[in-house]
Write a protein that binds this ligand. Sequence first.
Ligand code: G6P
Length: 606
Amino acid sequence: MCGIVGYIGKRDAAPILLEGLHRLEYRGYDSAGIAVIEHTGQLRLAKCKGRVRELEKLLPRRFKGAPGIAHTRWATHGEPSDRNAHPHCDGANRVAVIHNGIIENAAALRTRLEAAGVAFCSDTDTEVLAHLIAAMPDGSLEAAVRAALRMVTGTYGLAVLDAARPDAIVVARNGSPVVLGIGEREMFVASDPAALVRHTRNVVYLDDGELAVVRADGFATSTLDGGATAKVPATITWANEAYDKGDFAHFMKKEIVEQPEAVRRTLSGRLEPRFQTAHLGGIELAAHELLDIHRVKILGCGSAYIAGCIGAHVIEQLARLPAHAEPASEFRYRNPVIERDTLYIAVSQSGETFDTLAAVQEIKRKGGRTLGVVNVVGSTIARECGRGIYLHAGPEVAVVSTKTFTCTVVALALFAIHLGRIRDLSPGQGGRLLAALAALPDQIDEILAREPEIARLAQDLACCDHAFFVGRSAGHAIAMEGALKLKEVSYLHAEAYSAAELKHGPLALITSQTPTVVVLPADDLLQKNLSTIEEIRARHGPIISITQANRAPPAVDAAFSVPVSAPELDPVLLNIPLQLLAYHVALQRGCDIDHPRNLAKSVTVE
Ligand code: G6P
């Protein structure tokens, strides 16, 4: 989840590394640092607590030369501080290491090193690596890194510089992504292609257990045991602008606005009107195999888990199969029973979330069948699942998920239609849903055009300390996502509850100072939700309802209505105003929307 960037070639590394760090700040932003081997052969280092712009201010002009490595951090071991920022060096300031992941046996290694007289400068697990590598007998940097990595357990994506051997950067991967960028007599290293798209589109993704020696004129990959591996370069297809904010003040806003286009891409080529079903090329399960599936389990973390809750609901409705979503982190720790006739769907924007990946690995180890619903093409979870549905939503840079949440629900709805049409869903029902899916982009546009109305609603919330979000069935999942979004970007304490459960406890907290956002689709549960509204009003709780255009607005303090879709797809539209609500509350509270405190985009540690 930290950002790694490296450069080796004829140019000065520092400007390239700083630009890369800015693009990686969404992976962590509590501290940043840079190490460059100068023309004199000396390793120069600068690092500090805070954002990349603070680091920039620190850099002396004479920070010249290459190779160099740089890092933006999301703290695991040791608080965010100057001394805990990466890179970490050995005592002689010869070897510099940047690292993403966790070295699990760091404490034991540290004790051993300290007993041998090594003085540590930080509280991090990473620093042990720098000392271990520096202490290896003379030989190549590659051999030293290999030997050090044999001594550690844990996860890493890392890059190492050695002032005594300045002709290479050595990188390695085990659980945290590392990508190499191939230039003209220069090479780049990063934890994410976002850092290198400005310079090259030709990239190589390392696999777990791989190490690479990167020189200006090329690279060589091998396993940790030293066996050479062959890599086929891939091409990044996204335009540079996809990684830029353009005229938008925040990536979050840009990505909310991109949703109509993102949904069109998720749907592209997948609506099959001839058979009134969905066509999904990557699921690689024939109709007869899908008939053998009697249960669906969806796993993910954060917003991906919540999108899974809605997806499970749609699958259950359309395919009439028991379907359930569960946080991936909980699932893998309870020694789960894996069933032959269950399909396990892993949902992840990044395709790198550690808990989701670990759940997939556990399922596969026990012989279960997995399918990935992932945004980042070629990511670890996508590859581990072996079959799946790509969202094609485009890069999502804001820490909080918006367009990929929407596209995940759409992708799971496509799968539900496909599964349903193999079972009992009639052609007429299939056709109805295809038409509703095709209409979604324009309907989302309609909602986005009414943003000023939502900005006004946000004023009611921005001055509160607490809020409830309630809904029933899929509306409960939308309430969960609405509350999560608000918490993440505005730091307002927002709690989501099933509307039915409110009276079993949380109602005690309803006062005139605690607004409730009610997700109110015009479905079979409308009357029940209206009763919940009455219960809240009787306790003087202010109410904002997110409802649908085909019904009279309820008697509440404020309401916003969305266009009507198919009932199974209504959650997609009901969620859009809640994204904008969170955005505007955060804006009004002066929060750093694209860099919410303590969070990171892609959580590659446990
Ligand atoms: C982090 C992000 C969330 C995201 C979750 C899962 O916690 O801050 O926005 O929903 O990870 O990420 P994934 O990449 O697996 O969808």
